[in-house]
Design a protein around this ligand. Structure first.
Ligand SMILES: Cc1ncc(COP(=O)(O)O)c(C=O)c1O
Length: 432
């Protein structure tokens, strides 16, 4: 593959990626953005869609003015673009609910899909807190554990569903881990869930920008019932979170957020709720964020997921192979069989403080990484062999916490950046 081709073709689609930042020395450098698991820069096209939206900006579904009508139409078009993107555009069973982030959307689902604390939910020990804590507070949660390498096995999911005798209402699982990048087989898991009468919710925060998701699956029973993601991780950082899900399950219930725009009628003592999606979008929506999100997804499709995957996998394979050769680098997860991993690499330098190391990457080379436990403490604790007792004792006594360093790749990253990252890692280790 011609790497320089890729460099030009994709990088130019993004805003700000070549804007210099100041190093600790005072010199200026073009940053290396390896923190895409946290958030991504904007596509130029999604920003342009937002700008165009500003020119005709008005109130959604309320005003009688022309701008209000145009904005409402664009907002509804964004819903359709998103449904189409996940291949459920022609399926009236699905709807799109706009929110703020994956976190907010998961809290919404945990509040509306669960009737009471006796409802049983199955999740995993691989999850981001956004797909764990909301359920802990609304339902009875069971967990499927990860294996030694940090993967989830389908057998363990099935075993749990079987043991629960059809009493698990929802299985909520990440599409891909924000720590190891492992991609879960969501359609095979969906099939197992449906066999035991459970519905599946997929946390797509890490997956959506990197791999095509066809919510229908390829065979009957493989459908994804709910998918949640954040637009700021899909190159549209304008404050939008999305739920794509089954309308029927979102009907006839009390919404998480209550207020205007989600009701048909309110009397002194009664409320007659509207139908979804309006039911779950109380208040004035972030229409511009929704429009930009739709445009970002269209852009991803135009680039093509085969191209995206190929480019990011090439960078991942290079970085993992080179990191393995560097003395004192500890890599977490399975670094031998890496086909089922997104471009996320987690590591430490033996005996060194992860925070100080992360800061040196930024200070000396403008390499943006993430350090810590990535809001996935139970999972990181398992990968690092940290017991709950130690984790709690450390937190209670305000001792320095354990953690890792994460490099997470995006479409605009280049082989040149990957090489610079490896060269600097070698240099850094040599100075310790
Ligand atoms: C897998 C996963 N789920 C959920 C979230 C939460 O996303 P947000 O901060 O946009 O709510 C993240 C963020 O890193 C994530 O990686």
């Amino acid at each position: 593959m011609d790497v320089s081709d890729n460099y030009n073709k994709y990088r130019d689609l993004f805003i700000g990626v070549d804007n210099r930042v100041q190093l600790a020395s005072g010199n200026m450098a073009i940053p290396i953005g390896f923190d895409n698991g946290a958030t991504t820069p904007s596509f130029k096209s999604s920003y342009r869609a937002l700008s165009r939206g500003l020119a005709t900006y008005g109130a959604v579904a309320r005003g009688t003015g022309q701008k209000s009508e145009i904005t409402t139409q664009k907002y509804e078009e964004a819903r359709q673009i998103i449904l189409d993107f996940f291949n459920v555009g022609n399926d009236p069973r699905y709807t799109v609910v706009f929110g703020k982030t994956t976190t907010e959307c998961m809290n919404l689902l945990a509040n509306v899909l669960v009737k009471n604390k006796d409802d049983k939910i199955l999740t995993t020990r691989m999850e981001h807190h956004a797909n764990d804590l909301p359920w802990r507070y609304s339902a009875t949660v069971e967990y499927v554990d990860v294996d030694k390498m940090g993967r989830i096995s389908l057998d363990s999911i099935e075993k749990n569903l079987k043991e629960n005798n059809g009493n698990i209402k929802y299985v909520t699982i990440t599409g891909a881990s924000n720590v190891t990048g492992y991609i879960n087989k969501i359609h095979e898991i969906a099939k197992i869930c449906h066999k035991y009468n459970a519905k599946i919710i997929v946390d797509g925060a890490q997956l959506v920008a990197h791999k095509e998701i066809n919510m229908k699956g390829n065979n009957n029973g493989e459908e994804i019932d709910f998918l949640v993601f954040s637009a700021h991780k899909t190159y549209a950082p304008y404050g939008t979170g999305v739920i794509v899900g089954l309308k029927e399950s979102l009907c006839n219930l009390t919404p998480f957020l209550k207020g205007g725009a989600c009701v048909k009628a309110v009397t002194d003592y009664d409320v007659i709720w509207d139908a979804p999606p309006a039911l779950h979008e109380a208040g004035s929506p972030n229409s511009l964020g929704a429009i930009a999100t739709g445009r970002a997804l269209q852009q991803l499709k135009q680039i093509g997921f085969d191209n995206i995957y190929e480019h990011e996998m090439m960078l991942k394979e290079f970085i993992i192979a080179e990191m393995k050769k560097i003395d004192r680098v500890i890599l977490y997860g399975d670094n031998e069989h890496i086909d089922d991993r997104l471009g996320i690499i987690v590591f430490n330098i033996d005996g060194e403080d992860f925070k100080k190391i992360g800061k040196r990457y930024a200070d000396e080379m403008a390499i943006a990484l993430r350090t810590g436990k990535f809001c996935s403490h139970p999972y990181v604790n398992r990968l690092m062999g940290i017991s709950d007792e130690i984790a709690c004792e450390t937190a209670y006594n305000n001792k320095p916490a354990d953690g890792m360093i994460r490099a997470s790749l995006g479409l605009y990253n280049t082989m040149e950046e990957a090489r610079a990252f490896i060269a600097y890692t070698k240099y850094l280790v040599s100075t310790l």
